[in-house]
Design a protein around this ligand. Structure first.
Ligand code: UGY
Ligand code: MN
Length: 258
C-alpha cells in the first residue's frame, strides 16, 4: 500500500537513534546467504560497534571470522546450529544448537558457521573490536554459551520491579556486557542515567516511553535504540504486560583505551 503521510517513529540524531521496524532495509552482508540482514547500528551512525538483525529460514547460512573483533549472537526466536572454532582450542570444530533465548560469545580469532535454522528464526548480533586489557595478566575471554532462561535475575538498584540478567561474566577480560532487563508495568529506571557507556538495544516484549537525550519516545517490541556515550536515558514500562529489552554496553576499559 502506498504510504501517504511519510510519518515514522524512527529518529536518528547525533546522540541517539530509534529505529522502528517499519523502516528497516536489508543489506547483503558478506558471509550470509539466504538471510535477511538488517544492520541497525553501525559506526556510520557514530557507534563504536555493529548491531544486526538476521531473519533466517532452513536454507540460510552465515559464517565469519572474528579476527580482532568479538561476536555475540542471541536467538530471539527459532533455533540454529552454530559451529565454531577458536585459536585457544587448537582449531577443534565445536557444534551446538541454540534455541530461543540461547546465546553465544566468540572472542577474537574465532570462526563461526550458522545453519539449520528453524523456519521462523531471528538473530540479534553485536560485533566490535576487542580492546585488550592493559594488564598482560588478563587473557582473552573464553567462549560463552548459554540460555537466558538459565541466567538468574537480580533487582536493579534494589527495585524488584526491574530485574536484570547479565548474560556475560562480569570479569575484566570482557570489554562488553550484554544484559536483559524486565520491567513490570509502571516501573522506571531509577534515574536519568548519563554515563560513558554506549548502548545498543532491542525491545523484546511490551513497551513504554524511552527518554533519549532531551526527547521522549514511545517504544515497543521490535524497536532498536542506539545511545551514544553520555546520552541521558530513562525508561518507564507502560501497558499491561512487562517490558523486556536486551542491550549491549562497553565496560571494563580505561576511557583512553576504547
Ligand atoms: O546498564 C545500564 O546502563 C542500563 N541501566 N541502562 C539502560 O537500561 N538504559
Ligand atoms: Mn544505561
Amino acid at each position: 500500500m502506498r504510504m501517504l503521510s511519510g510519518a515514522t517513529r524512527s529518529s536518528i540524531t547525533e546522540r541517539y537513534a530509534l529505529l522502528a521496524p517499519d523502516g528497516l532495509v536489508p543489506s547483503n552482508v558478506p558471509g550470509w546467504q539466504n538471510t535477511i540482514c538488517q544492520i541497525v547500528i553501525a559506526p556510520q551512525m557514530g557507534a563504536r560497534f555493529t548491531q544486526m538483525l538476521c531473519t533466517l529460514d532452513p536454507t540460510s547460512t552465515g559464517e565469519g571470522i572474528t579476527d580482532d573483533d568479538e561476536w555475540f549472537v542471541f536467538v530471539e526466536t527459532g533455533s540454529i546450529s552454530l559451529r565454531y572454532r577458536t585459536v585457544a582450542d587448537l582449531g577443534e570444530l565445536h557444534h551446538v544448537t541454540l534455541t530461543a533465548g540461547g546465546y553465544a560469545y566468540l572472542p577474537p580469532g574465532a570462526f563461526y558457521h550458522v545453519s539449520d535454522a528453524h523456519a521462523a528464526t531471528r538473530l540479534l548480533t553485536f560485533e566490535r573490536y576487542y580492546t585488550p586489557h592493559e594488564s598482560d595478566d588478563i587473557k582473552l575471554p573464553d567462549v560463552v554459551l548459554g540460555n537466558e532462561a538459565d541466567v538468574p535475575a537480580t533487582p536493579f538498584m534494589g527495585d524488584d520491579g526491574a530485574m536484570l540478567k547479565l548474560l556475560l561474566p562480569d570479569t575484566p577480560a570482557f570489554d562488553m556486557a550484554v544484559n536483559i532487563f524486565t520491567f513490570q508495568p509502571g516501573t522506571t529506571l531509577p534515574m536519568v542515567e548519563t554515563h560513558i557507556m554506549e548502548h545498543g538495544l532491542l525491545m523484546l516484549q511490551g513497551g513504554g516511553i524511552y527518554r533519549l537525550n532531551n526527547d521522549w519516545h514511545p517504544v515497543q517490541h521490535g524497536d532498536v535504540i542506539w545511545m551514544a556515550a553520555y546520552c541521558p536515558q530513562w525508561f518507564v514500562a507502560t501497558g499491561k504486560t512487562p517490558a523486556r529489552y536486551i542491550y549491549y554496553k562497553d565496560v571494563n576499559r580505561h576511557p583512553m583505551h576504547f
